[in-house]
Design a binder for this molecule. Structure first.
Ligand SMILES: Nc1ncnc2c1ncn2[C@@H]1O[C@H](COP(=O)(O)OP(=O)(O)O)[C@@H](O)[C@H]1O
Ligand SMILES: [Mg+2]
Ligand SMILES: [Zn+2]
Length: 338
């Protein structure tokens, strides 16, 4: 990705962290004004630190360690008094701590992982968002494996209705296992991609979001896009109608992301150029060993009619086909709400 993008995000982190810490300082000053007793304790803490600093600097070895330990104990003692005072005055224990947006990296954007400096997952996701603003992060906070509710799927078998030996619940449990395996084996060359087929409202997008959430939390880059928008981005980049640099970056990201989710395949308008481009995206990602999830409301035979052999043979050979069955969950949810 463009190094300018990294720099821009890093600049934002520095500013964000600073604002956050300044706000914490401001709260402290306010509290010192409001509670003279608290101000006194803070002064006392500073004094202890200054006094011991002299001692610590002038000593070495065990004596230095003892002095350090003594200082720590003394400060902790005063801190306890201050904490008590805050509590008595109705302030939360964390009132004075900076309210970082990301607790993992304290808004530095970096983390130490097994002794190595790594970008925090929040940084990685920002990176994706910079070029891919469309990803609806709010939604994946709501739709993930933790909020997954199997209760929306009927446990009644109905071969005529669902055209399956299994009940919708048994079926979705199998798919959930496949999805979780997909997340665990994302690096494995032998792990196949996923093709979600099934009617509207059977939970295809939900399942894609579960996977996205899981993988983003593990630090992978995930791009979610509906097929029509994906095709627009590709066409714009290819034929360069507006010479749009941002769009070029988006286009490149389609090939670079660890996981690409193409939602609602079959709803885009097709022509020869778009066909070729869809094939190009699917094929290039296969060649690069990057995983893709595709979902569609079309049934396999309908897909066969819509898309040419090249696309279909890539899908059939390299994708696990998951058939979503059941009643439209949107209606079920609405009924419960009414
Ligand atoms: N496992 C689930 N638990 C809770 N809600 C779900 C689940 N699966 C789907 N939903 C909800 O049902 C509705 C339809 O699901 P969606 O994934 O959009 O279906 P599809 O993409 O197949 O059309 C959405 O409101 C979604 O949040
Ligand atoms: Mg959907
Ligand atoms: Zn972070």
């Amino acid at each position: 990705m463009n190094p300018e993008v990294y720099k821009e995000i890093e600049r934002k982190y520095v500013i964000k962290k600073q604002i956050c810490e300044n706000e914490a300082k401001f709260r402290k000053r306010q509290l010192e004004n409001e509670l003279p007793e608290f101000a006194k304790l803070e002064k006392e803490k500073n004094k202890v630190a200054i006094n011991f600093a002299r001692e610590i600097l002038s000593q070495t070895g065990v004596e230095k360690e003892i002095a350090e330990e003594n200082m720590k104990l003394k400060i902790e003692e005063i801190q306890k008094k201050a904490d008590k005072l805050l509590k008595k005055s109705g302030y939360d224990k964390d009132y004075l701590a900076p309210k970082y947006e990301c607790k993992l990296c304290e808004d530095t954007g970096r983390m130490l992982l097994k002794g190595e400096q790594k970008y925090c997952k929040c940084f990685i996701q920002k990176l994706v968002n910079m070029t891919y603003k469309q990803y609806n992060i709010l939604k994946i906070e709501e739709e993930n494996f933790n909020t997954f509710d199997i209760g929306y799927y009927s446990d009644k078998k109905d071969n005529a209705k669902y055209k399956s030996e299994n009940s919708p619940r048994e079926n979705i449990e199998k798919i959930r296992t496949i999805a979780q395996k997909f997340c665990d084996n994302i690096h494995d060359k032998n792990q196949k991609n996923l093709l979600f087929v099934g009617n509207t409202g059977t939970g295809k997008t939900f399942m894609s979001n579960c996977i996205a959430y899981d993988l983003i939390n593990k630090g992978y880059t995930v791009i979610y896009q509906t097929a029509p928008l994906l095709m627009d981005i590709a066409m714009e980049a290819k034929y360069n109608y507006n010479n749009d640099l941002k769009n070029k970056q988006k286009y490149n990201a389609i090939f670079e992301a660890d996981v690409l989710i193409i939602d609602d395949l079959g709803t885009e308008t097709l022509n020869n150029n778009r066909f070729t481009e869809l094939f190009n995206i699917i094929n290039t990602r296969l060649l690069k060993d990057k995983k893709t999830i595709i979902s569609t409301n079309l049934m396999l035979n309908e897909l066969n009619e819509e898309y040419d052999e090249r696309v279909m043979s890539r899908l059939i050979g390299n994708y696990i086909i998951c058939k979503f069955i059941g009643d439209d969950i949107r209606f079920k949810k609405k009924k419960i709400a009414d």
